[in-house]
Design a protein around this ligand. Structure first.
Ligand code: CIR
Length: 255
């Protein structure tokens, strides 16, 4: 299991409620989003990470969801090509900061599109979601890059979900958290599965950071099921980001 030492986050900008969302919930409160983001950053620090905080950028309302802009390996950063044209400019600031930490930087190129939320790396295996956001060309490019680092890739067709990681999270070498809709995917056959009930689907997007599993607060069934498997759980309130389709993992890039 990878030990993480660093994370990149980007503060929410005051117009972050004005971009992409598919959920029909109330308009998020900027004030509460900033508070929740700050708690998230403190939690990453509690998990032992050095957190590189980028300033808010009003030009890109979705830019707090940094996970979509890169895929990070211990020795290589891969800059994605987000599907949404309104998000493509986000990669410039991310590229700049990653160039200070990684000697090798690769990029996904047109006609490929790839959102980081579609990539789940499980040690030396990667699962790449083919979604409305990530196309075959983007997935093929990523697979070729990962192969150079001895990481094999499997593609997973995902329908009716924003990203692959809206439905599945890797906890450790034998355990995943997964929604019912992806639980029977043959590529996940070998894993022990913590199944997420439909009403708690949003909580499927959780993340294991150095032995602490960050889970969205108030999703009791999922939290208890993860604890029951022996993991230490930290609950985080994500109410404002959920309104913009953002999952817990997408607020940071970790390596
Ligand atoms: C978007 O639709 O692109 C943003 N509103 C939310 C992105 C969330 N990304 C993620 O969960 N990896």
């Amino acid at each position: 299991m990878t030990t993480f030492r660093h994370a990149i986050v980007k503060r929410p900008c005051h117009n972050f409620s004005q971009r992409l969302t598919t959920v029909r919930l109330s308009v998020p409160s900027f004030y509460r989003a900033v508070q929740q983001h700050s708690t998230y950053v403190d939690t990453l620090k509690r998990c032992g990470l050095t957190v590189h905080e980028l300033p808010a950028d009003n030009r890109f309302p979705d830019s707090t969801f940094v996970e979509d802009t890169a895929v990070l390996l211990p020795d290589c950063a891969i800059i994605t090509r987000p599907w949404a044209p309104s998000r493509r400019g986000e990669i410039i600031a991310i590229h700049e900061v990653l160039a200070r930490h990684f000697e090798t930087i690769e990029t996904i190129k047109a006609p490929g599109t790839l959102d980081g939320g579609d990539v789940m790396i499980a040690d030396n295996r990667a699962f790449i979601g083919l979604t409305e956001r990530t196309n075959q060309a983007g997935a093929d490019q990523l697979k070729a890059i990962l192969a150079r680092f001895d990481i094999s890739s499997s593609f997973v067709h995902v329908r009716n979900s924003l990203h692959l990681k809206s439905d599945v999270a890797y906890l450790n070498s034998d355990t995943i958290v997964v929604t019912q809709r992806l639980a029977s995917e043959p590529v996940f056959q070998a894993f022990r599965k913590i199944i997420v009930p439909p009403l708690e689907r949003y909580a499927a997007n959780c993340v294991n950071i150095n032995g602490n599993v960050l889970v969205t607060a108030e999703y009791t069934t999922v939290c208890n099921a993860i604890k029951k498997q022996g993991f230490s759980v930290i609950e985080i309130n994500m109410s404002e980001f959920k309104k913009m389709d953002g999952g817990l993992s997408c607020l940071s890039l970790r390596w």
